[in-house]
Design a protein around this ligand. Structure first.
Ligand code: 13P
Length: 251
């Protein structure tokens, strides 16, 4: 099964509007091979401006989170229709920083996934174990729980799609990347799990991204793994030259 690679930049809480516009401009000027997707996920304040910069290019716009409701008393959150309004097609959901720093639970993440899909946004569901969980052999239990709970009640197929991002918490922003073997092992595990929850052909179409200290030096090896279908990039996505190299990975 050929899955179209997706290289996604999660800008986290970085960039003013002007910085975001400059970065987006520089990224669309880099050569982007036609066989892959590129997504930029700037902070909410820069979505509209970045959306304008990339309009007419092949680059996609994504949000770093999304609420399940269209509108109402949800101070501090953002609705799927608001995100669609500024040109978003995807939303990152359940990032470990949301889980750990802001206490987002699997149940809340599940509501966000459902809400995004209901409004035609493709969720990028993030999962990942902590160092302690890895060292105590709980990695697969934790990931299974995050996948099952995050996707509880979610129907896939006939145009309804999700993306999964495996981001081991110990590899985020630490310069420590999972080895290609560790990444492939988890991605295959997740795909097999998805095949038990959905149909095999649906699981084989789901893109599973790797995230955690992806950089120009390790992207080729990671993308060379059978079940690694893309990258969710933090720090290295904030510079046009390093993200440009990541976009231009060679297997
Ligand atoms: P780094 O690439 O900075 O490790 O961040 C990864 C990440 O959290 C992307 O969502």
């Amino acid at each position: 099964m050929e899955r179209r690679p997706l290289l996604a930049g999660n800008w986290k809480m970085h960039t003013t509007v002007a910085e975001a516009e400059d970065l987006a401009r520089a990224i669309i000027q880099s050569q982007i091979p036609a066989d892959r997707d590129v997504l930029l996920a700037p902070p909410f304040t820069a979505l509209s401006a970045v959306g304008k910069v990339i309009s007419g290019s092949a680059v996609l716009l994504g949000a770093q989170n999304v609420c399940w409701e269209e509108k109402g008393a949800f101070t501090g959150d953002i609705s799927p229709t608001m995100l669609k309004d500024v040109g978003c097609s995807m939303a990152i959901i359940g990032h470990s920083e949301r889980r750990q720093i802001f206490g987002e639970s699997d149940a809340m993440i599940n509501k966000r996934v459902a809400g995004a899909m209901q409004h035609g946004l493709t969720p990028i569901l993030c999962i990942g174990e902590t160092l302690d969980e890895r060292e105590t052999d709980q990695t697969f239990r934790v990931l299974e729980e995050q996948v099952r709970n995050g996707l509880a009640g979610i129907v896939l197929g006939s145009g309804k799609k999700i993306i999964v991002a495996y981001e081991p918490v110990w590899a985020i922003g630490t310069g420590k990347t999972a080895s290609v073997g560790q990444a492939q092992e988890v991605h295959l595990f997740v795909r097999e799990l998805l095949a038990t929850m959905y149909e095999k052909n649906i699981a084989s179409e789901i893109r599973i991204l790797y995230g955690g200290s992806v950089n120009p030096d390790n992207v080729d090896d990671l993308m060379g793994q059978d079940d690694v279908d893309g990258a969710l990039v933090g720090g290295a996505a904030l510079k046009a030259d390093s993200f440009g190299r990541i976009i231009n990975f060679n297997k």
